[in-house]
Design a protein around this ligand. Structure first.
Ligand code: GLU
Length: 549
């Protein structure tokens, strides 16, 4: 023991606190029974990835459903991979998707909460204090092996078909004495601190994963690194210390960490920490030529959540979609609660996919359409202008020129009992309504084969004479029906169907002529409403343009 204390002081001379200090500094949280404390712990190495957003959402709703706490922690121990603005990218991204953050980093530069700092690079002294304690207890030691030495060992292990790694007899410095360590340090040799693993590969660790169920794995016997030579911890060690001191009850993270759980269980035990519950989230998958694979940052644009913003998916619709893949019972709940916030949904980890949910853009479009159709024209106006301001300046200028007019456009087939479900994302709006804006409108008068040009023009002449901008839908169609027989068309579709040879077509065909003259398209939302919003002058102008050829 005295030797261990001497070794600990030799290795970490500047550390004068003990774990008790931090245990007192970060007392248990005062939360009701059953409240879950969860977190998302991104590394600031790039943009916000769909997987991180998904993990954040699952953690957020777990906290909300249990009356608990959701915090963010920045895992920036790998300074080489960090990018400038990395924290902002991720936290602003979460904010943009409405993921509320109770504690930790809530903006790119600000953090709050009693369990901080919530940035690992600012916690070096805390980690070192606990490592020092482990050295004193004989559970950790310095290792002076160089990268070349470790590589040489690995080669020997491979050639002998032995499991690679720093374990058992391969753990060269496991029994290093104080004197040996001191001599090497005096020589200026760099060192890492490794765990002195008491594990045995023959033994099994069994744990209950909150998503995947019971898992059995060999015990860890690897003397893995706790502190790197620069005094910064590895993920494993930082995870144990942080989640203990921040009183995380449920560690819910990507399932790439599942194979490390034996290491983590061992660490928590040796440190004397209560084990949190683990739940490993399967990655979001994609179908690629019929085969399921993980969504990839390299191959798939939707891996970066910026993709959704750019396309103009309302962020809450992306969340709505992610909820459908997070919980197999969400859609049933949504059917019964069509207008409730997803935050009211009682989330149960057991309803998560074990093998990895499939990202399905068609489904996302569908979910998004079903949500967008519930919005009012005012809301759509706000959304579309905000989107266009960022991603389509030309369209933005057109939209804001006359807000009242634009809102009237968006009200077409919207502020009605059964709104149309045509729009799934804001980048579709420009094309969808291009005929409502002269700057975008491209006339096109290509008649369907069954309609003769002479009849079409004659119809437009007659219609122009009776058109009244104040006509309601009924009146509007009555006028078309009244003209139909004068040109040899049936006023009622039924009549035409019963006796097709007696007519050139029906009033429906004539309304297509009018639609083409006014919008340049065969399919549009309600034409009467379109004409009302365009106004008399524009309607007459467009009809005249066709008549004049
Ligand atoms: N920084 C780790 C990662 O990004 C966090 C894993 C965890 O949630 O513990 O994968």
């Amino acid at each position: 023991m005295t030797d261990n204390i001497a070794l600990a002081n030799l290795l970490l001379p500047n550390i004068d606190k003990t774990p008790e200090y931090y245990e007192n500094l970060y007392p248990a949280r005062n939360l009701p029974e059953g409240a879950r404390v969860v977190r998302v712990a991104p590394s600031p190495t790039g943009y916000l990835h769909l997987g991180t957003l998904f993990a954040a959402l699952v953690n957020r709703i777990t906290a909300t459903s249990s009356g608990g706490v959701f915090f963010t922690r920045i895992e920036d121990t790998d300074k080489k991979r960090e990018i400038e603005g990395g924290i902002e990218n991720i936290i602003d991204g979460l904010n943009r998707f409405g993921i509320t953050i109770d504690e930790g980093f809530f903006s790119g530069t600000n953090q709050r909460g009693h369990y901080g700092p919530y940035q690992q690079s600012l916690r070096a002294e805390i980690y070192q204090t606990y490592v020092k304690d482990l050295i004193i207890k004989g559970y950790a030691y310095p290792c002076f092996c160089t990268a070349e030495e470790l590589e040489a060992v690995r080669k020997i292990q491979e050639s002998q078909k032995i499991r690679t790694g720093y374990h058992g007899k391969w753990a060269k410095h496991r029994d290093i004495t104080f004197e040996e360590a001191k001599a090497l340090i005096d020589e200026g040799k760099p060192f890492v601190i490794r765990l002195k693993s008491p594990g045995n590969e023959e033994n099994k660790v069994i744990f209950e994963d909150g998503i995947k169920g019971k898992i059995e794995m060999p015990e860890n016997d690897e003397d893995f690194v706790l502190l790197k030579s620069d005094g910064i911890p590895t993920y494993h060690f930082a995870h144990a210390i942080d989640d203990h001191l921040m009183h995380t009850t449920h560690v819910m993270r990507g399932d790439e960490w599942i194979s490390s759980v034996p290491k983590h269980i061992q660490l928590f035990k040796l440190l004397g920490f209560k084990l949190p519950k683990f739940a490993h989230i399967s990655p979001i998958m994609k179908l690629d030529n019929g085969a399921k694979r993980k969504i990839s940052k390299r191959k798939d644009p939707e891996a970066a959540v910026h993709f959704f913003a750019e396309q103009g998916y309302p962020s809450e619709n992306v969340i709505e979609y992610l909820m459908t893949i997070a919980a197999s019972d969400f859609e049933d709940w949504r059917r019964c609660n069509p207008t409730a916030s997803y935050k009211d949904f009682k989330f149960n980890l057991k309803k998560m996919s074990v093998s990895g949910a499939l990202f399905d853009e068609v489904k996302l479009l569908d979910v998004s359409k079903n949500r967008i159709c519930l919005l009012s024209s005012e809301q759509v106006y706000d959304y579309v202008t905000a989107w266009a301001q960022e991603f389509d300046k030309e369209f933005y200028e057109i939209l804001v020129k006359n807000p009242e007019y634009t809102k009237a456009v968006f009200a077409i087939d919207r502020d009605v009992p059964k709104p149309r479900k045509d729009i799934a994302k804001w980048n579709e709006v420009k094309d969808y309504f291009s005929f409502m804006f002269n700057e975008l409108y491209l006339p096109c008068f290509e008649l369907p084969e069954n309609i003769d040009m002479a009849d079409a023009l004659a119809f437009l002449e007659s219609y122009k004479a009776v058109y009244n901008a104040a006509d309601d839908k009924q009146e509007w169609f009555n006028k078309i029906k009244a003209i139909a027989p004068t040109l040899g068309f049936a006023a009622e579709t039924k009549e035409y169907k019963q006796n097709p040879d007696a007519y050139k077509g029906s009033a429906g065909d004539l309304s297509t002529v009018l639609r083409l003259a006014i919008t340049g398209r065969r399919n549009t939302p309600d034409l009467c409403s379109i004409m009302q919003v365009l106004g008399r002058d524009e309607v007459i102008k467009r009809i005249d343009n066709v008549l004049r050829g």
